[in-house]
Design a protein around this ligand. Structure first.
Ligand code: NAD
Ligand code: MG
Length: 354
């Protein structure tokens, strides 16, 4: 298989599962963590390696190294593997998803920004989602009349914070996620609840029109629930580890133990909370977005610009949400094809960066 973003949180877990199931790695691609990449090269012996920057090429212990997005895209297209795991973070993951599908490959997709920004123009039958919530929904889906699909949120780093303190929250504060250890961007997205909004949009593209919602479950042991027309509800319980969704994305007929089952006696109790707009202002537009999911491109671009500004200390934490809401009201012409998606992304970034 081809692993994009091999040195990230998902990438590392993916290579663990690949080792467990003896899956050969043809291509390893990542950004700039060359030290970890060199360790991965030793273990997995890929045929080709791709990194972000030319300057780092000399430090990579491999005789077939390339740099940059152009090279990456042709390597994906030419790869012999039938599976591409896309664990890049952000909009930069979209082209690789499109090229992998165009060249007839199956995509195990962790890069949620691909679907959020361009779901209308992606053939989701070629995609296996790597996310606990969509894996949970897929796991629960049965041939029974469904009323509603519900995913859960942890509430992120600030779920218990005094609302007044949120203005002054720092980057370091956003990274104290209660249940999951993930990359920097998705951990910020959890604190703003943008991540859950993204997941509702992804669910809409993956599982089609219907009724979707999210609630907070503070221990992240339930990932998804389905309300059926008959009044019954099923839930997917699993310990908080991405290795389960990854294992199914790499080999859907897995019958080996991946995780220990949740021990409900040890867990003792669960707590559920409503997602409120005073703490998570982006939640205001969730129904509108689910009706018009193509607008995900706007939310994604505004979010990436806002996060960069927040990291550079140009704006406060709550301004991430206000920038997103403002962009949602400003950019209302929706893309009609993939080229429009890239053009609109660029336009929004230009407008908001000033
Ligand atoms: P991460 O920040 O830990 O890793 C990102 C990877 O992308 C790294 O390998 C990095 O080297 C690479 N990268 C970053 N910038 C690059 C660039 N300019 N050029 C080339 N490579 C670059 O992120 P993560 O937490 O693993 O998340 C990856 C994706 O999976 C995100 O879209 C995230 O929302 C999604 N996701 C993550 C989790 C999780 O548990 N971490 C769960 C569900 C979905
Ligand atoms: Mg998730």
């Amino acid at each position: 298989m081809v692993v994009l973003g091999s040195t990230g949180s998902i990438g590392i877990n993916t290579l663990e599962i690949a080792k467990k199931f003896n899956i050969a790695v043809e291509v390893l691609a990542c950004g700039s963590n060359i030290k970890l990449l060199n360790e991965q090269i030793q273990t997995h012996k890929p045929k080709v390696v791709v990194i972000a920057n030319k300057e780092d090429m000399k430090d990579v212990n491999h005789n077939n190294v390339y740099a940059g997005q152009e090279n990456l895209l042709s390597i994906i297209a030419d790869a012999k593997s039938s599976l591409v795991v896309n664990a890049y973070v952000g909009f930069l993951g979209l082209r690789p998803t499109l090229v992998a599908i165009e060249s007839g490959k199956r995509v195990a997709l962790a890069n949620k920004e691909s679907l959020v920004a361009c779901g209308a123009f992606i053939d989701t039958s070629k995609i296996q989602p790597i996310d606990s919530e969509h894996f949970g929904l897929w796991y629960l889906l049965q041939e029974r009349p469904i009323e509603k699909m519900i995913i859960t949120a942890s509430g992120g780093a600030f779920r218990d914070w005094d609302l007044k303190k949120l203005q002054n929250a720092t980057l370091a504060d956003t990274q104290k996620h209660p249940n999951w250890s993930m990359g920097q961007k998705i951990t910020i997205d959890s604190a703003t609840m943008v991540n859950k909004m993204f997941e509702l949009l992804e669910a809409r593209w993956l599982f089609g029109e219907g009724s979707y919602d999210a609630i907070i479950e503070t221990k992240s042991l339930i990932h998804a629930m389905i309300d059926f027309k008959d009044g019954s509800t099923t839930a997917h319980f699993a310990n908080a580890s991405m290795q389960l969704p990854i294992a199914y994305a790499l080999d859907a007929k897995m019958d080996e133990k991946i995780l220990n089952n949740v021990n409900l006696l040890k867990v003792g109790s669960l707590e559920f909370r409503e997602i409120k707009t005073d703490r998570y202002p982006v939640w205001e537009i969730r129904e509108e977005l689910l009706k018009n999911p193509i607008a995900g491109i706007v939310i994604n671009a505004a979010n990436e610009v806002a996060i960069e500004k927040f990291i550079n200390k140009e704006i406060g934490f709550m301004e991430i949400s206000s920038m997103i809401l403002k962009a949602h009201n400003t950019f209302t012409t929706m893309p009609k094809n993939v080229d429009d998606v890239f053009a609109l992304d660029e336009e929004i970034r230009k407008c908001l960066s000033n």
